[in-house]
Design a protein around this ligand. Structure first.
Ligand SMILES: NC(=O)c1ccc[n+]([C@@H]2O[C@H](COP(=O)([O-])OP(=O)(O)OC[C@H]3O[C@@H](n4cnc5c(N)ncnc54)[C@H](O)[C@@H]3O)[C@@H](O)[C@H]2O)c1
Length: 365
């Protein structure tokens, strides 16, 4: 299945949802008639699983080298990006050559960022191997790394030349990572498409069984939601910020808990917090809040945390660094109703603490 993406400021590109790697070679070779070299960027786990599926497809047409990083969020570091730049320079990469990322959102964010810097930008392609990267991280051209404990604070906008999604890679994805991807899918339904949200509820069992046709349909709708928003607002001057539903408190908790929650799990917690605040500000009903919260449970996503109340200040201080804030105030994406979100300014500290209290599960509860 091909989903074409248009872009105001750069060439458009296509997203391919496929069963396996068999359709990759022809599409890739056609895109880069003048390239001589390809640098594969991947992480150790993904590369050991899929090196033999990808490298042989490229060897006849390109000189292939690889740069393999450690799996996990800690690799989203500017020094890793600089090592890639050094490697490209030492390997003699020119403007016509290509970076090919294979992996999840971490590899996607790093590959795009590295490609945007080298010689002021060389082409990059991404093969997504996690549900989260397929539905969200690989799409829309936002790239970046974490810096001084703050998520995604350094980065760039650069569109890929193609995104390829071989669904068979989901067979090797650990269960926890599979469900983490669902958090971003649910987010897309919540912020833009109530019908899709209902569809997710109706197809819960097929999704959990990883039925490939259901997954392909789910990805198509979820990708189209993100694509429509990004096409209208590629550089996040307006509605693209809505895609950050769940990411304000989510990112603050992700960095506070430092590795305890994977990204998608932190987004689920952030969505619950955002839905709670939406209820408290009379934007959605209590019933809607509890329904949203409980929807994450069958997908093995967390809806509660355990933390010392004395640390709320620490989480709040991380939240103050969020990119959506302005003039020292906390701005947050909230739900207007199921299927519609809005950016709300000046969320009070008391409200943030109340949301943390709602999430915080203590023995007395
Ligand atoms: N740029 C964006 O628009 C955007 C959007 C959402 C998320 N993100 C970023 O994405 C990152 C999270 O991405 P993620 O959840 O994909 O995590 P990830 O890239 O860390 O991958 C998760 C784990 O799964 C392993 N893995 C990947 N594919 C596999 C496969 N097919 N089989 C077996 N193991 C596999 C990886 O080695 C890793 O250990 C975060 O850093 C987040 O900030 C970016």
């Amino acid at each position: 299945m091909e989903i074409p993406v248009t872009s105001k400021k750069s060439e458009g590109y296509s997203i391919y949802i496929e069963h396996d790697f068999s359709g990759f070679k022809d599409k890739f070779v056609l895109l880069f008639p003048e390239a001589r070299k390809v640098c594969i960027v991947s992480d150790e786990s993904v590369y050991s699983l899929y090196k033999d599926s990808v490298e042989p497809l490229l060897k006849d047409n390109f000189e292939v080298v690889s740069f393999v990083i450690k799996p996990g969020e800690a690799s989203k570091d500017i020094n890793v990006v600089l090592e890639i730049e050094k490697f490209l320079k030492e390997s003699g990469f020119s403007r016509k050559d290509v970076l090919l990322g294979i992996g999840g959102g971490v590899v996607s964010d790093i590959t795009g960022f590295a490609a945007s810097l080298y010689l002021r930008g060389i082409a990059h392609v991404f093969i997504a191997t996690t549900l989260l990267a397929m539905t969200d991280a690989s799409i829309g051209g936002k790239n970046g790394v974490d810096f001084e404990g703050i998520k995604n604070i350094l980065g760039s906008f650069k569109m890929p030349a193609m995104i390829y999604m071989p669904l068979n890679t989901l067979d090797t994805l650990p269960e926890r990572e599979f469900y983490a991807g669902f958090a971003e899918i649910m987010k897309h339904g919540l912020l833009a498409d109530a019908k899709f949200y209902m569809w997710l509820i109706d197809n819960m069992y097929e999704i959990c069984d990883k039925d490939k046709d259901t997954i392909a349909n789910m990805l198509e709708t979820s990708i189209n939601i993100k694509k429509a928003i990004v096409e209208k607002d590629p550089f996040e001057n307006g509605d693209r910020a809505l895609l950050n539903l769940g990411h304000s408190i989510g990112h603050a908790l992700e960095s506070y808990f430092a590795g305890e929650y994977v990204h998608g799990e932190a987004v689920a917690l952030g969505c619950v917090a955002a839905a709670f605040i939406s209820w408290k500000l009379n934007k959605i009903s209590m019933e809607d809040y509890y329904e949203v919260r409980d929807m994450f449970v069958p997908f093995n996503l967390p809806i509660s945390i355990q933390m010392d109340k004395a640390d709320y200040e620490d989480v709040y201080s991380r939240l103050t660094k969020d990119k959506k804030n302005s003039g020292g105030n906390i701005n947050m994406v909230l739900l207007k109703k199921i299927g519609k979100a809005e950016l709300v300014k000046d969320i009070s500290k008391e409200m943030v603490f109340a949301a943390l209290d709602e999430l915080n599960f203590t023995e007395e509860d």
